[in-house]
Every structure is written in C-alpha cells, then in structure tokens.
Design a binder for this molecule. Structure first.
Ligand SMILES: Cc1cc2nc3c(=O)[nH]c(=O)nc-3n(C[C@H](O)[C@H](O)[C@H](O)COP(=O)(O)O)c2cc1C
Length: 415
C-alpha cells in the first residue's frame, strides 16, 4: 500500500486496518509529504510491518534493495493518490521509494486519487489519468462531497470500505494463488457488500459485448490487397471502455497496427468473409454487438494465385459483393443490442438513418469522415448518435477514448 501526501491520508489508516483484518499482509510505503499528515509509526502499529519512506535509508543488503517491495505484492494500492503522484507515474518518474517501486512492480495497481476539485478537473490531471487507464491501472473514481479545502465537489477519497472492496474484487477476479487470503475474502461477511459495490460501479458487469474493429483486407494476389483507411482505434477504445465497465469483451479485429488489448478475447481476421464467420460464431452468446470495423463492401472475384505481372496498360479487377454482416445480424438477433457505424462523406444523417432502419439496429454512430478531426487515422472524432426512436444526439469533437466512453454509457442504458 502506498500513501501519498493528501489530506485524506488519515483515512488510509482505516484502509490498512481493514485489509489486515481481511487477512492481507500489508506493507506500507509513504511519500515524504504523506508523513506530514500521518506518522509511519501509526501504519507500523496497524500492519505489524516496518513502514518504508526513504529510498537510501538502511540499505545493508543490496539483494534487499530499493525495489525489493516491488516483488512482494500481489496488488499495489495507492490511497490517497495525489495529483503529483499521478503525474509522476504517468510519466515514469521514479524519484522516491514509492514511485521507484511502482515502476518496478509487476503487480496489478489500484489508485484511489483524492484532491481538490479544480486539481482533479485540471486538464493535466485528466490527461495523466487517461495515460494510466491505458496501462491497465485501476482507478477508483473520487467521490463528490464536502472537501477539506471548504468547497463541495468531486475529489473526496471514497470510503475505506469501498476501496477495500476494489482490492477484494481484484483477488476474486484473478483467483489469487494465495489460498489463505482468498478464503478469508470469500467467507468475509462483507462479501455481499462487495458484490453490490461491483454492480453499482460497473455498468456492464455480467454482460458480454462483441466489438469489431479495423479495416478488412481483400486479397488481389499473394502480395496485394484492397483495404481502407481504418486504424482500428475507435473499436479498440470501445472494447477498452466496455471492459472498464465490467463487460466480458470479445474484440474481433481486422487490419490494425494497434497492440491487442489486455483482458479481452482477441480474434484477428483479415477478410470480410472471415469477419462474418468469426462474428456469427460468437453472436448467440453475446448481449450486444458494436460493429465499428470498416468492412469492405466488395472483394476480388478471382484472386490470382501468383503475383500479377505488370504488362497491359490497364488492368481490370472484377469485384463481387461481400456479405452484409450487420444486416444478417439484424435479421438473426433475438435480444441482442445491435450498434452500427456509418462513416460517410455526404448526406450523413439521411444515409445513417436509412442504415439504422434497414439493418434493424438499436443505435448508429454516424460521422462525416471529411470533417477535420473526424474519421479515419486521427485520434479524435465528431459523432452523432441516432436511436431507433428517432432521438438524435450530437457530440462535439472529442478523443476516440472519450467518445468510446460515451457510446458504452449509452449501450449500458439499453439493459
Ligand atoms: C494541507 C495540505 C493538503 C493537501 N492535500 C492534497 C490532496 O488532498 N491531494 C493532492 O493531490 N495534493 C494535496 N496537497 C499537495 C501535496 O501534498 C503536494 O502536491 C505534494 O508535493 C505531494 O507529494 P507526494 O505526491 O509525493 O505525496 C496538500 C498539501 C497540503 C499542504
């Protein structure tokens, strides 16, 4: 457990105490600033372990060196996490024992930020949080309420109970090797409470979501293909946003340079026909499908077995229509929520509304790819959400990660 220099540091005494009672072996590292709020002695008494602050203190054995604690933990919880600490970790700074340990640990990290509302909303803090979330660090959102600085707003450290529930949740999800801790957690009387916390905080807990992403590739010959400009980013961000809301995610990806996201079922395909097979294999078991992949409408009729040599002045390729996967899903669907994408260059609303109706979708995400800051291969998007009941929601330019969060929040409302 790491404790940084925020006014809420006193609450981390109760967190350490609760974790200890749950059977955890808790070792605390404090930043120098944290010792201004609580003494190391307090944590030492509670955890019955020495408390570390200084990087260079008491180094007698270089095998037990400055990163020894990094390998000790199954999970690293930082509560409270200051704005300063978030910034340092986001940028890989390791200038004290806590941040050095963080950089060196293979353990799952859970950060519980707490700070004044303006500090929380500051673009620098928000950008840092985005970086941390991408690294699979679990962030426990601060609560809203009275703050120590006399204002009311978002920034409070959530109650110790809730923070401990997140730690327990991690162990329950990963089936820890530590049988003792596992069994203590499972029989703990707070288990019911913990499940409730999980259901309240994760809007897609228990749901299975299928996301498609990237651009399909249709071969011409063994070295050439017909493709499109999709980077896959929108779909990968949607998969990540769904996972962060507790969904079981299947990501079926056509061509994309992005690394496979962690903790999702990842299926890589190339052509539209392969995409169709992969999607249909999963369709019966999922609660929602978000088709953000750019699927080629046509494929080459006769793919050449050998590389086509340069000879005549013109070359004609005959194309045949690919299966319309979304339409097929619209006909097959039982209770699944179906979301489509319309990337257009003209008559955006008209085409998108037509597609929504024809393909029997619950919602369509429409964007005009010719607008600056929208569409393929850029980090931002400008989207309009159109619903089956005719409702239209326009979003301003935002990052694809932000748009993914919004789309997932809307998907959750269908359940
Ligand atoms: C009384 C007082 C309360 C503070 N509370 C917070 C806080 O709640 N959150 C925060 O991010 N910073 C807070 N700060 C500022 C941090 O202590 C400061 O940024 C410090 O450099 C953090 O160091 P650390 O991240 O190494 O612990 C507070 C400072 C003071 C003097």
């Amino acid at each position: 457990m790491g404790v940084t220099g925020g006014i809420a540091a006193y609450k981390s005494v109760e967190i350490a105490s609760r974790l200890k009672k749950l059977g955890a072996n808790v070792k605390v590292i404090m930043t120098q600033s944290a010792t201004e709020f609580v003494t190391p002695k307090t944590f030492q008494e509670i955890t019955k372990n020495p408390v570390a602050v200084e990087m260079f203190a008491n180094i007698t054995d270089f095998d037990e060196n400055h990163i020894a604690l990094a390998n000790f933990a199954d999970v690293v919880l930082i509560a409270p996490a200051t704005a300063n600490f978030l910034a340092k970790v986001a940028h890989g700074i390791a200038d004290d024992l806590l941040t050095t340990t963080i950089l060196a640990t293979p353990a799952q990290m859970i950060f519980a930020p707490a700070m004044n509302t303006v500090m929380w909303e500051n673009v620098a803090t928000q950008d840092n949080l985005k970086i941390l979330l991408r690294r699979d660090i679990k962030i426990i959102e601060p609560a809203t309420g009275n703050l120590a600085c006399g204002t009311i707003g978002k920034g409070r450290l959530p109650e110790p109970e809730k923070i401990c529930a997140e730690v327990v949740k991690f162990f329950n999800a990963t089936q820890s090797d530590d049988e003792d801790f596992q069994s203590v957690v499972t029989v703990s009387s707070s288990f019911g409470e913990i499940l409730t916390v999980r259901e309240e905080t994760e809007k897609l807990h228990g749901k299975k979501i299928l996301v498609t992403a990237g651009g399909t590739v249709e071969p011409i010959d063994p070295v050439r293909y017909i493709g499109n400009r999709s980077s896959g980013r929108m779909g990968y961000e949607i998969a990540e946003a769904a996972r962060l809301q507790g969904a079981d995610v299947i990501l079926i990806s056509a061509k994309s340079e992005l690394p496979a996201p962690k903790n999702v079922k990842f299926i890589k395909i190339e052509t539209a026909e392969e995409m169709r097979t992969a999607v249909l294999n999963e369709f019966d078991t999922v609660d929602a499908v978000i088709m953000s992949a750019a699927v080629s409408d046509y494929r080459v009729k006769n793919v050449a077995a050998q590389k086509i040599k340069k000879s005549a002045e013109t070359l004609t390729l005959e194309l045949v229509k690919n299966p319309d996967i979304l339409k097929e899903l619209g006909q097959l669907k039982k209770s699944q929520v179906l979301i489509g994408f319309a990337a257009e260059t003209e008559n955006l609303l008209e085409y998108a509304q037509k597609k929504l109706a024809e393909k029997n979708l619950e919602m369509i995400v429409a964007n005009n790819v010719t607008e600056e800051g929208a569409g393929f291969a850029v980090a931002t998007n400008i989207a309009t959400l159109i619903y089956r009941n005719g409702k239209i929601e326009n979003f301003p330019k935002m990052t694809k990660a932000e748009l993914a969060e919004k789309i997932i929040a809307r998907v959750a409302e269908f359940f």
